[in-house]
Design a binder for this molecule. Sequence first.
Ligand code: LMR
Length: 442
Amino acid sequence: MAMAELTTPKTTSPFLNSSSQLRLSSKLHLSNQFRHLILPPLHATSTSKISCSVSQNNQAPVAVQDNGSVKTKKECYGVFCLTYDLKAEEETKSWKKMISIAVSGAAGMISNHLLFKLASGSVFGPDQPIALKLLGSERSIQALEGVAMELEDSLFPLLREVDIGTDPYEVFQDVEWALLIGAKPRGPGMERAALLDINGQIFAEQGKALNAVASPNVKVLVVGNPCNTNALICLKNAPNIPAKNFHALTRLDENRAKCQLALKAGVFYDKVSNMTIWGNHSTTQVPDFLNARINGLPVKEVITDHKWLEEGFTESVQKRGGLLIQKWGRSSAASTAVSIVDAIKSLVTPTPEGDWFSTGVYTNGNPYGIAEDLVFSMPCRSKGDGDYELVKDVEIDDYLRKRIAKSEAELLAEKQCVAHLTGDGIAFCDLGPVDTMLPGEV
Ligand code: LMR
C-alpha cells in the first residue's frame, strides 16, 4: 500500500505553535538504557515532539498512573491528562490497561481513515483505552497537527493521549503496536531497485528505533510498499523484538480475493472463507482458490469455470490496486485502512473454528518449503492473544506450487537488493528481465 508521505528522521525542532492547543518538546535519539543517564526528564529535552490534548482550565495537569503513583505529566495537559486516571470514573472501572499505538505516515490518506477507527474503539474493543503516537515528516507537521485537532474534536472517550512527532525514537517509546504506513511511492521512471533502497532506509531506521524504545513484545504491521521486504528490513534491524511479531499487510489482497469470488458465485462475501494469499504483496501474489471455501464448500465445486479461477480471478486480485488507481487517481486508502483493522482484529480475536486469515510473516520453519528468512504471506490462525500460528496442512497442487515459487523468487531477489540494510553483506540487485510491479503500478 503506497503512501504519499515519506517519514524522515528529524534534525531540528523548529516547530512551535503557541496559539494552538498542541505543544512541542524535544529529545535526542537515545535508547532507553542510556536516556536517564544524561538526559533531563522528558518534558525538558530537545527533539521534536508535539503532545496534543484539549486545553481545559489552566490547572496544572496531574496524571495518575495505573500503579497508583501520582505524578505531574508536563508534556501533556488538558483533558487527556485530567482523565488519565482510568479507575477514577465509574465507566472506566471495567476498562483494560491503556495501550500505546504508533502510526507512521500519520498525515496521509490511509491513516486518515485508520486513526478514527482506532480511536472509536471498533478495533481493540469498547473497553480498551488507547494512546496514539503519530509519526510524520518535517514536511507534514502542520498536517499532523490538523489530524490531532480532528481527533481532539471527535471527543472519543477511549482516546486518552495523542502525541505527534517526527522522531521515531521518541514516537515509538513503549508502544505495543506499530502500524508502519509511511513510505515513498514509486515515482515515474523510478526503478523498483531504487524504491527498495529508499524505502528500505526508512524501515531500517524505524526498526532500529523500535528495537531501542518500543515495548519488547511490540507487534509491527508494515503497510508501506514494498511491504514484505520492508518488513524484513525492519525486523532485521530490531533483533531484540521477536521476528514473529512482524507482519506485512496482505489482508487487503485477501479481502479483494473474497470479494471477487463472492461476485462470481453470486453470494454475499461473508460466505467466502479460508482465503490464503501466498507470497509477496505484488503482482506475483497467489490468491489460493484451491483451498478457499464458499458456504463451506471448495470453491472449485461452486465455481466450475476453472479457467476463470486460474486466469481471470487471479489476475483481477493481483492487479486490483492498479485498476483502482486508474479510477481514483491515487492508491487505495479507505479499503487499505479497513484491511489494517481486519489484520489487527485477526490477531486480537480468536480465529473462527476451521477458518484462517492471511498475513505476511517471517519464514522460520514453515511446512511448505518456502525459503527461510523471508517475509511471506501464508495462512495463519490466532487465539486472540496478538500472536498467531501457521496453518500447516493446506494442500498445494502443481498450479499453486509453480506460482508460489515465482513469488518466492521475487522476494529472494528483493532481499538481495537490500542486503546492505539487513546485515547480509553487499547488495546485488537483479530483479530479472521483468521488473515486477506493486499491485498499484500495473
Ligand atoms: C494496493 O494494493 O492498492 C496498493 O499497494 C497499491 C499501490 O501500489 O499503492
